[in-house]
Design a binder for this molecule. Structure first.
Ligand code: ADP
Length: 474
């Protein structure tokens, strides 16, 4: 079972507070149970009962007091069981019986002050001593002295209780420290380890190193945080790589734009100079020169258009002027001029009619840009006697426009990237087809602003089909 940090903290607190208390109480209970069975303590607490018992025994057997052996038999058992020294004297102080030393019998001892009425004499440090009179037929006939030889004193009793109390406390404290150490260790694994890893990770990021993965992967709050951190780091890495790529592309773009601008300008300048100095003698040559100048100017115009659109797109300022219109009318208005243009071209343009007729919400000027871009690309990458086909279909409530060419095609590895800004396929680069790598990125942006999508299908050497959709509005 996996616990979250909150549950672990709760559990640790419960363990650290409850367990030592439980240990303290249980050990105190066990010690007390043990203590209550201790005969010495029983003896201490039962001393009055014992004295009465001994007194009764002695009084009952007083008649045998002079017969030391018989008396001894009846009293010795009690004396031994409770480790009591019993001495009995007559009223003159002559020892009649001594449980420890029979040689004392017959000697006379000095009467003590405890003789009459005094029942006990407890001292803290010394053995406990008692004396009481022996009464026979309402007459005091002797005295009995009891000395508890192996008795626990009050002091040692208190001392033992105190020791046990301290022992219980020590056990409780030991359990507290142990549970603390275990909890700290367990919690540190769940908190300090990932924190350390995260700290190292942020240091690496600060140093610009993004090639690492935070390893902590437990299914708790920190584990999830570390995974999110990894995702964030991956995204940052991706975006930095993309940024770097775009930066490189921008640099390439500046280089290629200056080249792309200079080439047509140089040739325009050349043809104009040729016309000025009268190199072109006949009308046909003049016309040819002018047509070259016009096509170069058109290429320049397109290039500048692309750049202009891109900068507006980049700044998010490419406004759309949407209006409801008929898709067939919209597409006809764009395709017709293209048909005219291609009538002069070695590449033919075939339009499949009828064009799908649905109400769409579109910006006709931007749609014109999309189709023009796609047809210009198709023309650029077509062989000289090739053909380009345009046809429309309706799928899933969308009008699809297809532009097919039979040109050089796009390599499979290029296809996922052609809609990226500044991306130019290897082939178009190596063969120097020109272009900024912005056309398709602009098409994608415009189509998506219309709520549609754009995609490409291609096979190298056989041709390419681009298709984009516009949602049906009503
Ligand atoms: P460019 O201005 O360089 O043509 P685009 O964004 O229009 O930029 O196109 C990006 C790349 O996609 C091109 O460099 C080319 O490699 C490839 N491409 C686009 N259209 C075609 C096509 N019809 N046939 C072959 N390759 C194409």
């Amino acid at each position: 079972m996996r616990f979250g940090i909150r549950k672990k903290l709760f559990l640790a607190f419960v363990l650290v507070t409850i367990l030592p208390i439980v240990v303290l109480f249980v050990s105190a209970g066990l010690f007390m149970a043990q203590l209550s069975k201790d005969p010495q303590l029983q003896q201490l607490s039962d001393s009055n009962f014992l004295i009465n018992k001994i007194r009764d025994e002695i009084i009952n057997h007083y008649s045998q007091a002079t017969d030391n052996i018989a008396f001894n038999e009846s009293i010795q058992a009690v004396a031994q069981q409770y480790s009591i020294h019993i001495r009995m004297t007559d009223i003159y102080g002559k020892v009649l019986y001594d449980s420890d030393n029979s040689e004392e019998i017959g000697k006379t001892i000095e009467q003590s002050s405890q003789f009459f009425g005094a029942s006990s004499n407890k001292s803290v440090q010394e053995n406990i001593r008692y004396s009481f009179p022996v009464i026979q037929d309402n007459q005091i006939v002797g005295t009995v002295f009891l000395t508890f030889t192996d008795t626990m004193t009050v002091f040692s009793y208190v001392w033992r209780i105190l020791t046990l109390f301290l022992l219980c406390m020590a056990l409780g404290i030991f359990t507290f420290i142990l549970t603390m150490c275990i909890s700290v260790r367990l919690l540190s694994r769940s908190i300090l380890v990932p924190l350390k890893e995260l700290n190292e990770a942020t240091e690496k990021i600060t140093e610009g190193n993004l090639d690492f993965t935070v390893q902590y992967a437990r299914n708790d709050e920190f584990g999830r945080f570390c995974q999110t951190f990894n995702t964030m780091k991956d995204k940052l890495k991706d975006s930095l790589e993309k940024q770097q790529q775009q930066e490189n592309s921008r640099k390439e773009l500046v280089a290629s734009i200056s080249h792309d601008l200079r080439t047509p300008i140089t040739s325009i300048k050349g043809y104009i100079e040729a016309l000025q100095v009268g190199i072109a003698k006949d009308e046909a040559t003049v016309k040819q020169y002018l047509s070259i100048i016009s096509s170069k100017a058109a290429a320049l115009d397109r290039l500048i258009d692309d750049l202009f659109l891109f900068s507006r797109m980049d700044l998010g300022r490419m406004e759309m002027n949407f209006s409801l219109m008929n898709s067939a009318e919209l597409l006809e208005s764009i395709i017709k001029p293209l048909e005219l243009e291609f009538s002069q071209d070695s590449v033919s343009l075939e339009i499949q009619r009828p064009i799908v007729s649905e109400t769409v919400k579109a910006d006709s000027e931007r749609m014109n840009q999309v189709i023009n871009n796609l047809v210009t690309n198709a023309r650029k990458f077509s062989k000289n006697d090739g053909k380009i086909q345009i046809f429309t279909t309706k799928e899933e409530n969308k009008v699809w426009v297809h532009i097919r060419d039979y040109g050089i095609g796009i390599a499979e590895e290029d296809i996922p990237h052609i809609f990226e800004r500044f991306y130019r396929g290897e082939k178009s680069r190596s063969r120097n087809y020109g272009g900024t790598g912005l056309g398709l990125a602009i098409c994608k942006y415009i189509v998506e602003e219309h709520g549609g999508s754009i995609e490409a299908e291609s096979s190298v050497g056989e041709g390419t089909t681009f298709r984009f959709s516009i949602p049906v509005a009503i």
